[in-house]
Design a protein around this ligand. Sequence first.
Ligand code: UDP
Length: 314
Amino acid sequence: MRVVITGGAGFLGSHLSDRFLAEGHEVIVLDNLITGSTDNIVHLAGNDAFTFIKHNVSSYIYVDGPVDAVLHFASPASPNDYLEFPIPTLKVGSLGTLNTLGLAKAKGARYLLASTSEVYGDPQVNPQPESYWGHVNPIGPRGVYDEAKRFAEAMTMAYHRYHGMDTRIVRIFNTYGPRMRLNDGRVVPNFISQALRGEPLTVYGDGQQTRSFQYVSDLVDGVYRLLFSDEVLPVNIGNPVEMTVLDFARTVLDVTGSDSDIVFVQPEDSRVRDDPQVRRPDITKARELLGWQPQVMLREGLEKTIPYFRDCLQ
Ligand code: UDP
């Protein structure tokens, strides 16, 4: 297959590119490098099956030749990033989705949208099944990402229903691993880099909010299986092992062997407003339809991730 991956120079997109190339497909990456980096794909330079095009997919997209699948992974994706780039975040989820759907339609390609657990907002149901409609504040700081992704899902379903396009929607829960940006502001790079530097781990609020962390290879495998399945409706891909942020801080200290302190901080309001208090995927659907479940548990995943951050810090 000839596959277009938007955001392919980002954390998830670059790992997906590796997987598609390893499976013998041809990969064309479109990325404007707003939060992605060529460092993530430099190892693919010289591979004849790989092409990188620097392009903002919120503008009209032109790709030469046939395309069999379009995977739309381009977007700022950490709360810090979408606070810094609110309008590009809204544009890539709306105009970027429109343009990538248009590309897939013109080429007769299958389409896969990277959606997010953020469509569930600060959920009032835990764990979250795909049937839950969510609890989102459209005008809060996270609204630019959450509503763009909700719009993207609506647009994808409209292209499926109205144009008969073959589409997929993956709702991605917190994912971590090598190639996350050290300074992207998310809890995994923050805590690991703080632990490695011997600085205090900054737990926001009382640390009783929960998350469920999935290692990147599990996400990539879920996306790959979903693309080749027949399921048009959204599918959650995440690790259902839920823990408090405070327990996560303790786990990072343990796995890194760091003697850093844990401090409770109250960051400026916009960084934590509408912070989901619980998050855990119900993965019944992925198990049943895709035969998928996470293979890498937290400690093992952290052990694979820490050397990457250690290198970045040197
Ligand atoms: N968080 C924290 N300390 C940090 C960064 C994040 O306690 O240095 C918390 C944050 O308030 C949230 C959780 O960790 O409850 C996960 O935040 P992240 O930015 O990784 O992503 P989110 O899951 O909110 O999209």
